[in-house]
Every structure is written in C-alpha cells, then in structure tokens.
Design a protein around this ligand. Sequence first.
Ligand SMILES: NC(=O)c1ccc[n+]([C@@H]2O[C@H](COP(=O)([O-])OP(=O)(O)OC[C@H]3O[C@@H](n4cnc5c(N)ncnc54)[C@H](O)[C@@H]3O)[C@@H](O)[C@H]2O)c1
Length: 448
Amino acid sequence: MANRETSANSSAGTAKIQPATGKLGVMVVGLGAVATTLIAGVEAVRKGLAKPIGSVTQMGTVRLGKRTEGRSPLMKDFVPIADLNDVVFTGWDIFADNMFQAASTAKVLDKDLLQSIRPYLESIQPMPAVFDQFYVKRLQGTNVKKGKNKRDLADQVRADIREFKKKTDRQVMIWCGSTEIFLEPSAVHQSIAAFEKGLEANDPGIAPSQIYAYAALSEGLPFANGAPNLTVDLPVMQELSKKNNAPICGKDFKTGQTLIKTVLAPAFKARMLGVSGWYSTNILGNRDGEVLDDPESFKTKEESKLGVLDYILQPELYPELYGDIYHKVRINYYPPRGDNKEGWDNIDIFGWLGYPMQIKVDFLCRDSILAAPIALDLVLLMDLAKRSEELRGIGIQEWLSFFFKSPMTPEGLYPEHDLFIQSMKLKNTLRHIAGEDLITHLGLEYYD
Ligand SMILES: NC(=O)c1ccc[n+]([C@@H]2O[C@H](COP(=O)([O-])OP(=O)(O)OC[C@H]3O[C@@H](n4cnc5c(N)ncnc54)[C@H](O)[C@@H]3O)[C@@H](O)[C@H]2O)c1
C-alpha cells in the first residue's frame, strides 16, 4: 500500500542540486562576539579540538522513509552541504582588530582555545566597513570607508565582493553586525530604481546594512541577517533576490529567550491552556547589550522579540485563552555578565475553569555560544539554496524560519514561529529537494 506516514507525496523535487565543490567564501558583516565565536569555532572543529554542538547541519539527522527502514543519515551527508574544510572567512568591521584580538575582546572563548588557533585568527583582518553613527548611536570606529555618497559606498562593497570571488568558488554574506535604529520602509525601498536613486541622493532611509545587502544581492550572493534590522524585508531586496538568484531569509537569530518562548507557547496552545501574561527580562553585558541600551536600537529588537507570541497563540482564533495577554520584553545592559546573558520569564497561565498558575524560567545562557552554530547553519544552507535549481530563484527561503526570531514570508502570508513546525518545514524541504517522500507522521500503515 501507499506509504501513508511518509505521505504519498508526488511533489518530491526532481530539480538538480549542484555539488558543493570548491571553496565556499563566507563574508561576515560585523566581526564581533558572534562572528569571532563562529570563525574560531569552525577552525577548532576543523582541527578536531571541539565538536560543532548546536549546529543542525553538522550534528542533526533527517529520517527518511518509514520508521522501520532505519534510514536517518546526518543532514550533511544527506544533502550536498559544503564541507567545513572548504569554508573560507572574510568580513568587515569598524574596528581594525584581527580575529584573534576581536575574539579576545569578546571574551566568549577560553584563552587556551584562542591561543591554539592564534595564527589562523590573526590572518583574518577586517576590511573597512560602511558605517554611519546615525544608525548605531553607541558605536564609533575608525576602520570605515569614505565615499562621495551611498552609491559610492555600495560600489566599494561590490568591489570587495569581486575581489573575494577571485579567491573562492561560491560566496554568501551574513550580517553579524550591531542592531541598527528602528526604521520603517519608505518610498525609496519600493523598487530597484527608487533605491538606486536613493543611494545617489544619500536617502536617510538607507542604513548601512541595506547597502551591504544591496551589494550582496546585486552580485548574486545569498544574504542572511542575524540582527533585527530592516535590511532585506523590503520590496527592493526581494526584487533583487529573485532577479539575481540570490536567496534571502528572515532576521534576528533565534538563540536564547525567544527559542524557549517558541517551545513553551506552542505547548500551551496545544493543551488549550490560557496565558494572561508573559514578562521577559534580560541582563547582558557584551557590546550587543551596550548597543541595545540605546532606545532606538532597542526598539528594533523589541519589535522582533514581541512578534512571536501573537503568531503562535493566535488570539483571534482563541480570544478566551489569549485575547487579553500582557506581553513585555526588557533588555538591561549589565557589564559584569559579559556575553553570559541571564533571561528570566514569568509566565502567568490559567487552566481548567480559569484557575491561575505560574511558570518561571531562568535561562543562564551564553549568547554567542548559542548564536554561532545558527550562523554556521545559515551560511551552509543558504549556499545549498543557491545551488538548488528549485530554491535559488524563489527569493525568500521560508524553510529557514527555524533559525530566526522574525522569519520572512511573502506578502499576505503569516510566519510560522512554532519551533517544531519550523523544524519539520526545514527537514521536509531537504527531503523534497533531494527527491525523498515528505513525512506527515500519519503512520497508519504500521497497523495494517
Ligand atoms: N548573540 C546572540 O544571541 C544574538 C541573537 C540574535 C541576534 N544577535 C544579533 O547579532 C548581532 C551581533 O551580535 P554580537 O553579540 O556579535 O555583537 P558585537 O557588538 O559583539 O558585534 C557586532 C560587530 O558589528 C560591528 N559593526 C556594527 N556596525 C557595522 C557596520 N555597519 N559594518 C561592519 N561592522 C559593523 C561592530 O563594530 C561589532 O564589532 C547583533 O545585532 C545582535 O543583536 C545576537
């Protein structure tokens, strides 16, 4: 009989995926705590000094076929993902420190580990950045490009990309830079033509992150956004993405508190338990915390962190359970903790006959330790998307929602925030492009 658990899905992709041969060049914008933890971590894994824990592409498996078949290859063996030995890093920062100095300043990784890979880290030097303090109030740096207008700056980033193209076979760009001030889309973002005019005219609606994204997408590079900035969720970027087969995806890495939120909230909804309040507060003392201490950058982060509950709990469908929820998110800069964030959640829920209960979560996490494997997975999967005939031209890669606080969707489609729906979507997309049956978990055929 038809394999019902694995779905009689006939839509299994037959389109080709080019092999991951040659060097994958990863261009990182912002070489701070997350980026140095990523770059040093990849080198440590390559040298056999540590394991890539937290990386879905390196450690995760994908079940294929029926449960009785025992086929669960590693994701990296199932689809052609670039080998870590083929990954080459470069990037930009407003500080000229090499990766050893920057990782030492970030104080995420042990000195011993950094010493053991010191020559490698010292060999990576940031290129001068496109930066304007108007968009990140708390930072000031000297390793900054000069240009007669934003168009000139975009051309300089494109020249950097072209240089890197000579040294590597394929390239992706990822934003690991600071959170910029809150911006809203305007007329300048509505088309490529309007944006290019805006670059010439130094339109204030064009932030540095948009200049990098414009340069990447114009050069055909996929672009992933680790921060909550308004960077690629703009018509101009979607147009460029499709036009140049340069995939884009959501924004703001889903690392600590929001990860837990998108696990707990679906559980309450699945059990039809009500939620009356959710108070989330954080203390962190790294440079990201300092930047987010500025109200304008915090606003950008707040919007991203607040969005998830509404979409998961669907108050419009369940007004008695979630129609009157009080949701608050706070981030407090507290230097003694450095990169080791503490996130508290107080959740007021109610059950049978409306009786109230409380849940307290205290997550003593390490921000960049959680973010680095996400950044790695994103660059590897965006490169895979670029090599997939079926995915490269669709623009937004919604199947990568799993990694983001603010997943991206086409206009009119709400995003999926539930971590387990996102995980299923990710794995089913890989099954689909590899020509395997999708898994629906129906499973009735085991009882025939
Ligand atoms: N670590 C996490 O858990 C996590 C989770 C989600 C999102 N993020 C986001 O990731 C980003 C990086 O976080 P981090 O902890 O590494 O911060 P960080 O402050 O250590 O590093 C950011 C780096 O970006 C640089 N930068 C700023 N603007 C730049 C520009 N225009 N061009 C080039 N470089 C620029 C800064 O100089 C700094 O070195 C932040 O936006 C943060 O909000 C982090």
